[in-house]
Design a protein around this ligand. Structure first.
Ligand SMILES: Nc1ncnc2c1ncn2[C@@H]1O[C@H](COP(=O)(O)OP(=O)(O)O)[C@@H](O)[C@H]1O
Ligand SMILES: [Mg+2]
Length: 603
């Protein structure tokens, strides 16, 4: 069976209403580590739920006995009644105290184990997410994945911490209450129970609708978040183009859509809840009325009558909470489904391979063709051939959008859907584990992203666990040491989203220091100096020269100065390597390279 078959079968199974509770309970698989807290909390929940029944029980006894002297035995004195009543009240107070004591621990326990389990889910999700294939991650709009996950987790949280305990309590009070009212009067009980099928039918009718709407609501909410994230990420352009209003309108229409779906969903939910309330309260009213007649005829005594009414209210309240609980479980089932799908998503294949040894550094491509899976009709590479020997410096030039960066993505194993051969040290890339492949390669991109943290941590990213000495040495070689020590806090200076902003050239040199630490066999420089002014280019270029020493390097560049010194230059155009050779050889050809050199490759 193929994985898509399996997936659709799973989806079908989950679609069933009966599956939603199971799905919600499936979350508890993540609670393994918290069993020792969760199970006692669950027992405490049942205990407090049972104890809550003591309240109507003692209350009805209290009222009943103050009216029926001496337990229905005529001739009890006033003093006897008072003593009796006092005794009951002490029991009642005792039950209440015990209940509140246990409740305290139960609530704490549920929160602790629930949040713990949620963290477990978050951890699993995150660890799966970062291992998803590039294709999956880049296909989604920015922010979609993260806001979706945040929304779904919030729903799960509500369920784990609030709804499931509510559900447990509901079951206990419902069953306990039904037993008591049956003992009071089976006739009245049958009337009460008559309302149960109506509730069940209502659940069947409204449940699916509510689930569908809640899923759509979550989607719409995620869409609004995407607008926010995209705007914040592109705030530079938004402001520069005075497009605040444009973005406002975009957000407005997303919000509008969200509201419309929510309101439509609310109709189903509101109808469900009000219908159930109507049924239950009518039932209770009917019972009180019918019971009063029985009381008048002497078919039931006052204590049982009061007990019956109080317990009926309890049972009705339990049944009344069913719509809320059920719709919450339906919503959760939608959220769980998506989280599960994400967890079930296939990870990057072949991450580790048995036969892995470090790469030496030669690269070759034979008839390499590739189209991005998201755009299968747009053939980016169309039969690319090249051969890079260990330690060689090879430059790639060509028109923008020609597929240069794409070649790097393929070398890093980001996409495995290519045809033709891509080999390292003569071994096909598919035989090399991604981990050892990527450990052997370092990339210096055009736009370096620094993580929130100190400069030291950012450099150490190239080789976690490096000593301070190694880090400083790498920074020196990368021409970064001087500007770093100019900061008051030096290597401890915080950079990234919440820290100081470094210039493009400074970030570039941090990336180079990272790469020096990583000490890779193969270097990929993707327009590493293209965005820099000439002064920082000089610093970065000399750092790069140090870095390239003794390593196989592939360099995508726009500047003649960078390209000229390469052992060989590949001209990528029309998805093929159109020309290849040294600068002098290519200039002599009077072909694409010469044209590029004259028009685009500025000095
Ligand atoms: N993740 C992606 N999904 C789909 N198409 C892409 C993706 N990345 C790049 N492309 C497309 O592939 C082509 C080559 O892009 P790229 O390799 O970045 O060119 P270069 O680096 O030579 O400027 C372009 O047409 C670009 O639009
Ligand atoms: Mg590029």
């Amino acid at each position: 069976m193929s994985s898509t078959d399996k997936k659709s079968e799973k989806k079908e199974k989950r679609g069933k209403a009966s599956q939603s509770l199971k799905d919600a309970m499936g979350l508890y698989g993540y609670m393994d580590r918290y069993k020792h807290i969760f199970i006692p909390s669950l027992l405490a929940l049942y205990t407090t739920a049972a104890l809550s029944l003591a309240f109507p029980y003692f209350l009805s006894k209290l009222i009943g006995r103050s009216m029926t002297p001496g337990d229905g035995v005529t001739g009890a004195t006033e003093a006897e009644i008072i003593a009796n009543v006092n005794g009951i009240v002490l029991w009642l107070i005792g039950a209440l105290l015990l209940q509140s004591f246990i409740t305290y621990w139960r609530v704490r326990g549920f929160i602790k184990s629930g949040e713990g389990a949620l963290n477990e889910i978050r951890r699993t999700l995150f660890s799966r997410m970062v291992r998803l294939p590039m294709n999956y991650l880049t296909e989604k709009r920015s922010g979609e994945l993260s806001s979706r996950i945040a929304g779904d987790l919030a729903i799960m949280r509500e369920t784990l911490i609030t709804t499931v305990p509510k559900f447990g309590r509901m079951i206990v009070t419902l069953i306990g209450g039904l037993i008591v009212i049956f003992m009071c009067s089976w006739k009245l009980s049958l009337i009460m129970i008559g309302s149960v099928p109506i509730v069940v039918i209502a659940i069947a009718i409204f449940g699916k609708k509510i689930k569908n709407y809640s899923k759509a609501t979550q989607d719409a909410l995620a869409d609004t978040n995407i607008v926010v994230e995209e705007t914040i990420m592109g705030i530079y352009d938004t402001k520069a183009f005075c497009n605040e209003e444009y973005e406002e309108n975009r957000y407005d229409s997303a919000l509008e859509k969200f509201l419309n779906i929510t309101v439509s969903g609310a109709k189903a939910r509101a109808a469900f809840i009000s219908f159930i309330i109507l049924v239950l309260f009518s039932t209770v009213a009917f019972i009180v009325w019918y019971g009063a007649q029985m009381l008048a005829k002497g078919e039931i005594n006052i204590e049982n009558y009061i007990q019956f009414i109080l317990f009926s209210v309890f049972v009705a309240a339990s049944l009344g909470s069913v719509p809320e609980i059920m719709s919450q479980l339906q919503i959760t089932s939608g959220a769980t489904e998506r989280i599960r799908d994400l967890i079930d998503e296939e990870l990057e294949a072949n991450y580790k391979s048995q036969s892995d040894s470090a790469l030496v550094g030669s690269i070759s491509a034979e008839n390499l063709s590739f189209a991005y899976p998201s755009r299968p009709e747009g053939q980016v590479l169309n039969g690319v051939n090249f051969d890079v020997k260990t330690g060689e410096r090879v430059a790639i030039v060509g028109p923008s959008g020609g597929g240069k960066s794409t070649i790097f993505s393929l070398l890093l194993g980001f996409y495995q859907e290519h045809t033709g051969e891509l080999k390292f040290d003569g071994k096909p890339i598919s035989d090399i584990g991604l981990e050892s492949l990527r450990n052997s390669i370092a990339v210096v991109p055009q736009e370096v992203l620094l993580f929130g943290g100190s400069i030291e941590e950012n450099i150490a990213y190239g080789k976690p666990g490096s000593s301070k000495q190694e880090i400083i040495e790498a920074a020196k070689q990368a021409n970064a040491h001087d500007f770093i020590t100019e900061f008051e806090t030096g290597y401890d200076t915080t950079v990234g989203a919440r820290g100081i902003k470094l210039s493009g050239g400074q970030r570039q040199r941090i990336a180079i220091a990272r790469a020096i630490l990583a000490d890779p066999k193969i270097l990929l420089l993707d327009e590493a100096t293209s965005a820099l002014d000439s002064e920082s280019e000089r610093l970065v270029q000399s750092a790069l020269n140090t870095l390239m020493e003794g390593r196989t390097s592939m360099i995508i560049a726009h500047r003649l100065s960078t390209v000229r010194d390469a052992d060989r230059i590949l001209v990528l155009s029309g998805g093929k390597i159109e020309e290849s050779g040294t600068h002098e050889e290519l200039m002599a050809m009077n072909g694409t390279y010469e044209l590029l050199a004259k028009t685009q490759l500025g000095d």
